[in-house]
Ligand binder design. Structure first.
Ligand code: HEM
Length: 417
């Protein structure tokens, strides 16, 4: 058997930060928005306008809930109103129009992400068991550990590495494509096609779907081809190829860039605080609190939206039917009413649920996989790269991006193997 290899140049090209921090979702944003978001929260929990406009960005942006120029927009800045909107899908819907899987576009949003109520529950129930925390070992043993160690093998002898692209970016995409049964050599093709040519992703996956229908294996596509969807009358059907495509595109879109950037943020926060990194190095039980604190302190996607179905009131503000509300999870996660010293990255703080993975019926399906990827990856770096530290002569990592935030680059030194 040959050892799988990764084309590192192709990896760097695909995850080039200039292309991956998408301009349309505010990739050019260079500042720290949190001081301003605190000041905006002080004006009230809900303010009229989109988050990027309120943050001073004038160019139009496209993200969940944007642009919809003909609708009134409101942004939620505190924990309580963000929590309440998440928990009330009857009034705060996930989409302005019903999802059309048969004829709608091949997009991440034309999927269960934009469904609500019984239809959303039926689809989500099909994949939920594979994503439970108790199933973390399935992901780690089958795909995460191998991917992580393969990547470290690529630089362990060099004494230096750039961890954001050569490590963090690659792990989530290889984990998900691995769970689909896509060979590692083709994984980067899937990544390249994802945002520009989703039909190509479908074309790569369809033969795997057909093969698993004929002979299921122990992977996620096999779970999907064997799943039984129960309709309103209790009748069961197998998923169509098109329904499976929608899961594939959703999981690739929701699970790759997010975990990459959150892993980079977690690593950066630790590397910038050598005493905290040391604590984690010597006692790995601090790793989980460090990951939870990173998701609270700087969630990679700090904003998700909902469409107001009927006139309502929230946080003392009247919200007319048809408006779009943008839940600023970043600001909610630093609400001083819920967390002391909210701007500090403090892994010893008592863990209270935060909104970085969302809340309610759409709470991140992949959150336990993301946690497992981050924990396995950071632990392996600490095990295999002695004296891991930021390169003092390189440009230090900075956090950038508006709706997809992450580190610029993470140059490190270590004692070579
Ligand atoms: C640290 C990394 C991640 C973060 C911060 C994150 C964040 C989120 C958030 C905030 C939502 C809620 C969206 C909403 O309410 O409209 C969500 C939903 C979702 N996430 Fe994640 N996510 C991450 C990783 C992953 C991974 C690894 C996967 C899959 C392998 C994944 C799959 C999904 C799916 C399928 C949904 C939609 C769930 C539904 O509609 O019921 N995510 N994620």
């Amino acid at each position: 058997m040959t050892t799988p290899t990764l084309d590192r140049d192709r990896l760097r090209e695909l995850f080039d930060l200039r292309s991956s921090y998408n301009e349309l979702s505010g990739g050019a944003y260079q500042d720290d928005p949190y001081p301003l978001w605190h000041r905006l929260r002080e004006r009230g929990p809900i303010l009229p306008g989109t988050l990027h406009e309120l943050t001073g960005c004038t160019e139009p942006m496209y993200f969940h809930g944007l642009p919809f120029p003909d609708r009134p927009h409101f942004t939620l800045f505190d924990y309580d109103t963000c929590f309440a909107a998440h928990r009330n899908p009857e009034v705060f819907a996930s989409s302005p129009t019903p999802v059309d899987l048969d004829n709608g576009p091949l997009t991440i949003t034309n999927s269960m992400l934009s469904m609500d109520g019984a239809r959303h529950r039926r689809y989500r129930a099909l994949v939920q068991p594979s994503f439970l925390s108790s199933n973390g070992g399935w992901w780690t043993d089958n795909w995460i550990s191998e991917t992580v160690n393969l990547l470290i093998d690529g630089f362990v002898e060099d004494g230096r590495a750039e961890l954001n692209v050569d490590f963090c970016a690659a792990i989530p995409i290889l984990t998900i494509t691995g769970s689909f049964g896509v060979p590692i050599e083709q994984a980067l093709e899937v990544r390249a096609a994802l945002s520009i040519d989703p039909q190509k992703v479908v074309d790569i996956l369809r033969p795997i779907i057909a093969a698993r229908r004929a002979a299921p294996k122990d992977d996620l596509i096999s779970v999907l081809v064997q799943a039984e969807l129960v309709d309103e009358d209790g009748a069961t059907t197998r998923l169509t190829d098109r329904e499976i495509d929608s899961f594939v595109l959703l999981l690739l879109g929701a699970g790759s860039g997010t975990t990459w950037k959150q892993m980079g943020t977690t690593l950066t926060a630790l590397l910038q605080r050598p005493e905290v990194l040391d604590a984690v190095r010597h006692d790995r039980s601090w790793l989980r609190p460090a990951i939870e604190e990173s998701v609270r302190w700087m969630p990679t996607d700090p904003m998700f939206s909902r469409w107001v179905v009927s006139d309502t009131e929230l946080g003392g503000v009247a919200l007319p039917a048809g408006s779009v509300v943008h839940m600023n999870l970043g600001a909610a996660n630093r609400d001083p009413a819920r967390w002391d010293r909210p701007d500090e990255f403090d892994i010893t703080r008592p863990i209270r649920p935060n909104l970085g993975f969302g809340q309610g019926s759409h709470i991140c399906l992949g959150m336990h996989v993301a946690r497992a990827e981050m924990a396995v990856a950071i632990s392996a770096l600490l095990d295999r790269l002695p004296n891991l530290r930021l390169d003092p002569d390189a440009e230090p990592p900075r956090f950038v991006g508006m709706y997809e935030r992450g580190a610029t680059s993470i140059p490190v030194l270590f004692d070579p193997a």
